[in-house]
Design a protein around this ligand. Structure first.
Ligand SMILES: Nc1ncnc2c1ncn2[C@@H]1O[C@H](COP(=O)(O)OP(=O)(O)OP(=O)(O)O)[C@@H](O)[C@H]1O
Length: 480
């Protein structure tokens, strides 16, 4: 008795041969075809326990075929393979009821595992297709293996309400990933509400999130709704969650444990149905060690961890990304732009501390400020030149060298403690000592342009604005 019968459709003979061998060896009965019409005939005749199909076939693509298959046989698991590896090829199969999406080339062992799992699962759990909506927006660009992995996780998460914790440096696209989770998930008809913890004064965060009652604050004479209420039935994106004060963390934990909260100043618990997606560019485990973040909250949030890697770790995405940003600029009425090969090479050599946001801003500047259609390496060199910054002394520190300067500073401060353990409170003191000159330097280098300074620092603009305010940093003004 074979373990099950599998229908394989791919117009590439080599792939059919490989799949045939691997699946037969694993004990399955296999039927092979190179076109959609034959696959459809088999499916409509009730054959096969599982389908493995490529997206592109000579007569019809699998995206068009999938809804028909799922309508006729909702419980037949369909695994979709594709070599295109874009966000859409990953998301669309799940949208249309595919069991799993596999980017080519894939690992045969993994395929066999997925097939086994699909056949073993109770049939009710096999996802059903969502409405037939076409999506024309392509939110996430990039085909690097790292991005493909993200697309696959997103595709799996689409039919769930699981809490997701997105980590990654500033500007890597965490918010965009959170939006994609919402827009392509089953809450897409509900609201998406984003709150950045770093952008709200700490003592107002609780009332911002949970709302407050009349008179809870002197002067405030209204009952204000909180972000939880606004996100009801949808998704609440909590950005820079590491900046959430302890009291607010306790309230959030209660929401995650009990599905209810109270407003500030209120007593009656309010039931809530909100999917939480959190993000952080800090390592929360370090904040836990420092007693700044609740460990129990971390575990509640970290149900599905998703790491968005920095741009320098997926630099192969850069050409797609810059093309995407140039075309967005074109839609805004700016003239079309291209990069010559050397210009592209220069961009690939850059470290991108501000990640995709920095690249996006550069693309906009190039589109807006340079008359020529083709951007050359010398233009890029001018744009990316590390600004020389004069510090208090006569020494000049390029922004690229700041890491070294900070390291030197740290080693001079951390040596000589008994057992190498620094006294309590040192961390904050050092942070302050470093932060003020660092932010001042970045602002001076960009002539007070906070957007560019935030890019240089790899910081969110709102975070920078808040830090400037909190640390009382003097903002450079030309001529002033
Ligand atoms: N893969 C991508 N494809 C297209 N655009 C992207 C991609 N990643 C990021 N972007 C764009 O880059 C900018 C920064 O992304 P986003 O705000 O999502 O980053 P973030 O990680 O949330 O940043 P922060 O931590 O500073 O809040 C946005 O304008 C976003 O649209």
């Amino acid at each position: 008795m074979p373990a099950g019968s599998i229908l394989v459709a791919d117009d590439d003979t080599a792939i059919r041969t490989v799949l045939n061998q691997a699946l037969s060896r694993a004990g399955y009965e296999v039927r092979l075809t190179g076109n959609a019409a034959t696959l459809w005939r088999w499916v409509s005749q009730g054959e096969g326990d599982l389908v493995i199909t490529d997206v592109v076939m000579p007569d019809e693509n699998a995206f068009d075929l999938l809804p028909r298959i799922k309508k006729m046989r909702p419980n037949l698991p369909v695994i979709v393979m594709s070599a295109q590896n874009t966000f859409m090829t990953a998301i669309r199969p799940s949208e249309r009821g595919a069991y799993e999406y596999l980017p080519k080339p894939f690992d045969l062992k993994e395929l066999i595992t997925i097939v086994g799992r699909a056949l073993a699962e109770p049939k009710e759990r096999v996802s059903s297709p969502a409405d037939d909506g076409e999506f024309d927006s392509i939110p996430l660009v990039g085909r690097s293996p790292a991005m493909q992995e993200i697309y696959r996780v997103l595709a799996r998460l689409m039919q769930t309400d699981l809490t997701v914790m997105i980590s990654g440096e500033s500007g890597t696209g965490k918010e965009l990933v959170a939006r994609a989770l919402h827009d392509y998930g089953r809450r897409r008809n509900g609201p998406f509400v984003a709150v950045n913890m770093a952008a709200i004064p700490r003592d107002l965060i609780e009332s911002e999130l949970f709302g407050h009652e009349r008179g809870a604050f002197t002067g405030a004479n209204t009952r204000a709704s909180g972000r939880f209420e606004q996100a009801e039935g949808g998704t609440l994106f909590l950005d820079e969650i590491g900046d959430m004060p302890m009291e607010a963390q306790t309230r959030l934990l209660r929401v995650l444990q009990q599905g209810e909260y109270t407003t500030v100043g209120g007593r009656t618990p309010i039931k809530t149905d909100v999917r939480i997606v959190a993000a952080s560019n800090k390592d929360l485990r370090i904040l836990i060690q420092q007693g700044l973040f609740r460990e129990d909250l971390f575990f509640r949030l970290n149900v599905v961890p998703l790491r968005v890697p920095p741009l320098r770790e997926r630099i192969e995405d850069l050409p797609d990304l810059i093309r995407h940003f140039f075309s967005l600029a074109e839609k805004d009425g700016l003239p079309p732009k291209k990069l010559d090969a050397q210009a592209l090479e220069r961009l690939k050599q850059h470290r991108w501390p501000g990640n995709v946001r920095e690249l996006e801003n550069l693309a906009r500047r190039l589109a807006a400020l340079y008359p020529q259609d083709v951007i050359t390496a010398s233009v890029i060199d001018g744009e990316l030149a590390p600004p020389a910054v004069t510090s208090g002394s006569t020494a000049t520190v390029g922004v690229d060298n700041l890491g070294g300067a900070v390291e030197a500073y740290l080693s001079s401060h951390f040596s000589g403690f008994p057992n190498g353990v620094p006294p309590p409170g040192l961390y904050h003191r050092i942070l302050k000592e470093i932060e003020i000159p660092l932010l001042t330097a970045a602002l001076a280098a960009t002539r007070g342009n906070q957007i560019r300074a935030a890019d240089l620092l790899g910081l969110n603009r709102n975070t920078l604005r808040k830090k400037i305010r909190d640390l009382d940093i003097q903002v450079y003004r030309s001529g002033g």
